[in-house]
Ligand binder design. Structure first.
Ligand SMILES: [Zn+2]
Length: 105
């Protein structure tokens, strides 16, 4: 495993076949492709390169609770899995639609 990890680094964090080829230059390891695949999968540097940006999960406001002065201070928000939670509007961030944004023409 250590030998394959070193070969993976020497192969400049190439894929599992590139790493296995690097191992085969000097050693014959039984099951080298599978070991290389595991080493590449577990490599932190490669994981960072493969990582995708996370999309923010948006919650939906499903119910407003207007006060006696008709100002809404509390709303029901539906999160994933249909969990509805009552939240103060100060904890929410209002997102504008694309046509309302000033930076989009
Ligand atoms: Zn790597």
């Amino acid at each position: 495993m250590l030998l394959v990890r070193e070969s993976h680094r020497h192969a400049l964090h190439g894929g599992h076949l590139r790493t296995a080829a690097e191992v085969r230059k000097r050693y014959w390891v039984i099951g080298d492709v599978n070991v290389s695949r595991r080493v590449v999968h577990d490599c932190i540097i490669c994981k960072r390169q493969r990582g995708k940006p996370v999309n923010q999960k948006m919650a939906e406001v499903v119910k407003l609770y207007p006060g006696k002065d008709d100002l809404v201070r509390v709303v029901d928000v539906r999160f994933a899995d249909d969990i509805v939670v009552k939240r103060p509007v100060t904890k929410l961030i209002l997102l504008m639609k694309g046509s309302e944004r000033s930076d989009v023409s």
